[in-house]
Structure formats: structure tokens, C-alpha cells
Design a protein around this ligand. Sequence first.
Ligand SMILES: *Cc1c(COP(=O)(O)O)cnc(C)c1O
Length: 428
Amino acid sequence: MSLKSEQLFATAQNLIPGGVNSPVRAFRGVGGTPRFIQSARGATITDVDGKTYIDYVGSWGPMILGHADEEVVAAVQQVAARGMSFGAPSELEVELAQEVIDAVPSIEMVRMVSSGTEATMSAIRLARGVTGRTKLVKFEGCYHGHADSLLVKAGSGVATLGLPDSPGVPAALAQNTLTLPFNNAAALEQVFAEHADIAAVIIEPVVGNMGCVPPKPGYLEAVRTLTRNHGALLIFDEVMTGFRIARGGAQERYGITPDITTLGKIIGGGLPVGAYGGSRDIMNSVAPAGAVYQAGTLSGNPLSMTAGLVTLRRLRDESVYEQLENSTKKLCGGLAAAAQEAGVTTVTNRVGSMWTSFFTSEPVVDWDSANKSDRQRYGKFFHAMLNEGVYLAPSQFEAAFVSLAHTDEIIEQTIEAARKALTRMDAD
Ligand SMILES: *Cc1c(COP(=O)(O)O)cnc(C)c1O
């Protein structure tokens, strides 16, 4: 039973569109009533009806240390008592900038904003400003936030709801966004042959927003070579992968140097943050150093900077990525074995501590193959897992995350829950 959640959701639907402040939370991809969450700690979240779940959403990526980490909470409380926001520079911004620059190979200068959407939107303006070109290339199933020019064939919630490209995006703007299949270098080569006016190619180097889809060997290299040869900038959207699949993100893990990188999620430690960065040369084009305008009232606020700093400092220790790799590998191995035992066909993709089990029989390498997944079966699995006390992403087209608070015991409990859920899901 989830009585209080049901009551709250009924009330919320009268007050907030769809009852939620971000679409995927509404459970439309899996059916049923979203759980209203009261609190969270470590690897678990607890709903308003008092039921506790092992959580693999992690606020959609930021909570890599686990929820309500004591050190993060204490630091934020301390800083809050000294003022929430000044609208003037503070030392914490300098410290977080240094931390990001030290970690992410291609970033020499960085600008903080308040969300991933703001980061990608600003990165595109910057790319257009620097190159003097207009067109943008993105890939089907990649989600880069909800700015107009990026909301074309987007993944994540747009894909979950099966929405066509959003009303409200002017056709004239959408025309400047060219959309290609992911993991297909020939398609990119062709688009460059046909269009001279491409300012930038934006990509999730490991896609998280159609579920987890890794790049094929050589693909990112090809994207880098093609963009360089055609004078377009390469934007790595590492809002999800930054500090997640390696301290230096996908660019460290795969050894590719993008021109501009966007960050978010983990670098805010659970508070609203985004960032974009690149070479000194490119970033000096941003106002007030340069002419490309971008600003933000709460950008670099002390609370977000503090949560981010404490989180990133804890991730300096390389052993944390080893731990994440091992625990997630164990989890995915266990889930695959449980599915096989139950006679359920799934394909599990994983990079580091990002993973997705697709209810399909073919390899998932792009949006077309992801979209062949059986969403209804995913929905059944999701609810069966929820019933067993495991909270997965309420959509087939989202990555799941393991945190440092997911101990071996918690992983084993999850696999056991999956064994039960997979054998019972068709009976419910
Ligand atoms: C989450 C996400 C965004 C958007 O970030 P918000 O903070 O939700 O605006 C952009 N790009 C990627 C790759 C993301 O995963």
C-alpha cells in the first residue's frame, strides 16, 4: 500500500502539471503512483508511507557518495549559516573551479551555472559565437537538457513519454539541429559532406539518457577526427558521466579531448549546479572576458559549491572508482544470471557504475535498438522490484547508478530481490 503517496499525488496533480516538477518522476513510463519520498540515507530512500527501498536512481546521478552523506550535510549546514548567496564572488567558487580543472583533462577554465540544461545551452551559444556558424549536430536518444535547439529527438523523459519533438520549439530553430544515429561514424561523415555551417557536435560520450549505451570502439575517435577536420567544435556533454565513470569523466576513460565539456549532477553533490569549460582560448570568449553573454543570479552559490567540493574531494581517491566498478560489475552479473534462471531475456549495458537492463534480445547500440525494448515488461519488472524493496528508474530509457554506499551486502540483497521479481513479474 502507498496510501499517503496516492493522496499526495492526487493533490499534486491539481497544483503541479502532471503532479511533478520533472516528467520522468510521474511513473508514466511504468504506470502506477509515484512514491513521495520523505528521506534518504546511504543507499536507501524512504517514502511517506514508511517503506524503505534500495535506491538505484540516486537523484538521477548526483548522489555518488550515497544520500545525506554526513560530511556533505555538515559542510552545507555550516556554510548556510554564513549566508546562502551573495551575488558576489566567493572563495568557494575558486576552489571548485580548481578542483574541476585539476580533474577534467580538457578543461583549463570553467564557468558555473545552476543546471545541466543551462550548461549545454551556454556551451552551444559559445560554440556558435566562437565559430561564427549556426548548425548543430546531435544524436538520437541523447538528452542534453530542455533548451530549444536540443529538444530534437531527445532521450530521457521525452522518449519515455513517446512525445514527438516538443511543441513550443520554433521550426526555424529545430531546423538548425541535425540529428544522427549514435555509434555511426559514416552518418556523421556524410552530414559534414552536406553541410558547411556546422558549429558543433554535441554528444553524450557514454549515453545515459536512452538507458546506458557505450560508444563502440573507435567511434569517439572518429567523431573527434571529423569535427577537427571540418572546423566544428566537439562538445562532450558529461553532465552524467563527469566524475561518474572516471574522475575525469568519459574523456579520461576513453582518452579523447573535446573542445567544450559540460558538467552537472555530481559536481553539485545533490544541489543545483551545472558547469561548462574548455581551453583558456575558448572560455575567454565568455562575458565579461569576451563577448558571448551568459549570466546567473545564483550561479556559484556557496551551498552548491560546498556540496560539490566535499563530494569531488572524496572522489580524489582513485580507489573509489575501483570500488564502484567492482560493485556494479557484481550487481550486473547477478542480475543477468537471475534473468537467465528465470528465463527472461535481457541485455545489460554497463560502463563503470552506470548501467541499464534492457528487455530485449539484441545488442543495444543506438536509439533504434534501445527502442525495441519491451517497455511493458520493464514496467512489470520495475513494479515487482519496487515490491521487493528496490527502487529502479521508472523508465526503460534511463541509466541506473550505483553509489559508494551500495555495499556488497546491499548488492546481494538486490540480486536476491531480482530473482524473486523476475520469477513473479509475469504472474502479477
Ligand atoms: C541530466 C542531464 C542534463 C540536464 O541537466 P539538468 O540539471 O537536469 O538540467 C544534460 N545532459 C545530460 C547528459 C544529462 O544527463
